[in-house]
Each structure stands twice: as C-alpha cells, then as structure tokens.
Design a protein around this ligand. Structure first.
Ligand code: NAD
Length: 260
C-alpha cells in the first residue's frame, strides 16, 4: 500500500477543525488531532474516526497559548507518523469589545492563538517539508482577514496578519514543494455560534430565524451559513494535485460577504 499522507489540524476537537480532520481521515490521511475539551469526549471522537476510516488518528492536547507547546505538537506529529505533509492552522478564539475597553490579556491571547501559533507551527514544520520537497499549509483565517467589523480589533488584526504570514511562507516554500494558502470563511454554524443564538433571541426579543438572518448573517448576502463540511472540502481540494499552483492566496468562502 502506498504510504499515507499525514496531517496535523490544530483546534480539531470541535467545529471547523473537526470537520477538516474528518475529511482528511476519510480521504485516507493519517491525522493528528489537537485541541481542548473533555478527555473522554475527545477519545470517543478519536477512536470512532479511526474505526470509521481505518487510518491512524491520534490526539495531542498541547495548549497552543505557549510557543514551546506549538513546536512540541509539530514535532510530536512528525515523530508519530514519520513525517508531516499537511498542516492546518485552525485553532482560534474571538473576543468582542470596544477598543478603549479591550482587556490586554484578551489582546495577547488572540494574537498568540490566532497568529502566533500558526507562526510557530509553520516555523517548526517548514524545515521537514522543504527537505521532503512536499508540504501543504492551510491557515484558517476569516472574512475578518479581509474586512473589519467594529469591536473585533484583536481578531481582525490577527486574521489580517495571518494573511501576511501566508503570503510570506508561500514565497519561502515556492521552489521547495511547499504551498501555503489561507481560507477566509464567513459565518459557520459551529457549536460556538449555535450557542449564541438562544441568548441573542432572549436579549433582543427575536425569533431564531430573525437572529440568524438579521444579526448573525447581516453581512452575508446569501443569508445562509457556510457549512463546516464546505470549509473541510475546500481544505481537501487544497491538498489535491489540482491545487498545486495555488500559493499565497486568500480564498473566500463567505456567501459573498467580501464582495460587497
Ligand atoms: P470552535 O470554538 O468550535 O473550535 C476551536 C478549536 O480550537 C477547538 O477545538 C478548541 O479546543 C481549540 N482551541 C481553543 N483554544 C485552544 C488552545 N489554547 N490550544 C489548542 N486548541 C485550542 O471554533 P470554530 O468556529 O470551529 O473556529 C475554528 C477557526 O475558524 C478559528 O480560527 C476561527 O477564527 C475560524 N473562523 C470561524 C468562523 C465561524 O463563524 N465559526 C468564521 C471564520 C473563521
């Protein structure tokens, strides 16, 4: 049997990251999961995915707030599978506040997780990818990597920065078989977003449908969520041969948000 490709997906215990990990495993890649959460629930996800797909699925719970832990995660994935072919920097958090009140620790946390962790992961993965003349790096940015919304200064700044990191890495890896691209999703109905709906319904006296269309999807012309599985399919495409010449791109999947 041909050697399986191997992938590390950060923040893959939930939402978009889990959908990406599942798509990769279903496509026959060995996958290293990462993220926070209940150990029993994570082990259930890991073992079910391994049983369902027949690939090697492992978990490393490194907390990516610490640069050394990010490096250790990449090294662990390489050691576990013998090499690392695909790196998806997906873990991220959000915090919303007027800038004059923005807590310093929230700014620092968002810069570290949403921008610092991709930098340290790529830094650790790049040497091996270049040496093997193959690597696919995908950074999960956001529509907020391309446009702003008020009160999201730290997130918008980090996601714009992530696009700059993507372009730089794309140039550095271009002749060494490494590709680096960013995906910029609009609103995706992950558990995190789903959990905001009942509170917003209560706070504003709106129906679920009104909250979705008029609040959450106000900027998204299709008035439909992006599905996590669609982002996962996009990632899978970026690891395919058809995408070999896509490099340094910021690729929107946002229902037309950034066309406006
Ligand atoms: P989510 O909260 O469902 O998942 C986030 C993942 O990151 C989880 O697995 C969590 O355990 C992990 N994580 C959080 N802190 C961590 C830490 N310190 N160390 C390691 N892992 C950590 O979020 P999501 O909605 O799936 O978002 C995933 C990515 O997609 C993020 O980068 C987010 O900015 C981006 N994004 C989301 C949306 C959306 O609407 N949901 C839109 C655009 C971009």
């Amino acid at each position: 049997m041909a050697t399986r490709r191997t992938a590390l997906v950060t923040g893959s215990t939930s939402g978009i990251g889990l959908a990406i990990a599942r798509a990769f495993a279903q496509a026959g890649m060995n996958v290293m999961l990462n993220g926070l959460g209940d150990p029993g629930a994570i082990e259930k996800v890991r073992s079910e995915l391994a049983a369902e797909t027949g690939v090697d699925v492992r978990f490393d719970g490194s907390d990516l707030m610490r640069p050394e832990a990010v490096t250790a995660l990449v090294e662990n994935a390489e050691a576990a599978f013998g090499r690392l072919d695909v790196l998806v920097n997906n873990a991220g958090v959000q915090f919303v506040s007027p800038i004059e009140d923005f807590p310093v620790e929230k700014w620092n946390a968002i810069q570290q997780l949403n921008l610092g962790a991709p930098f340290f992961a790529i830094r650790a993965a790049m040497r091996g990818m270049k040496a093997r003349n193959y690597g696919r790096i995908i950074n999960i940015a956001s529509a907020h990597g391309l446009v702003a919304s008020p009160f999201k200064s730290a997130y918008v700044a980090a996601k714009h920065g992530l696009l700059g990191l993507t372009k730089t890495v794309a140039l550095e890896g271009a002749t060494a078989g490494v590709r680096c691209n960013a995906i910029c999703p609009g609103y995706v109905l992950t558990p995190l977003v789903e959990a905001q709906i009942p509170d917003t319904m209560a706070a504003r006296g709106l129906t679920r449908e009104q909250v979705i269309k008029d609040v959450l999807l106000a900027a998204q012309p299709t008035k439909e969520f992006v599905r996590a599985d669609d982002v996962a399919g996009f990632c899978l495409f970026l690891t395919s041969q058809a995408a070999d010449q896509i490099n340094g791109a910021a690729l929107s999947i946002d229902g037309g948000w950034t066309a406006a």
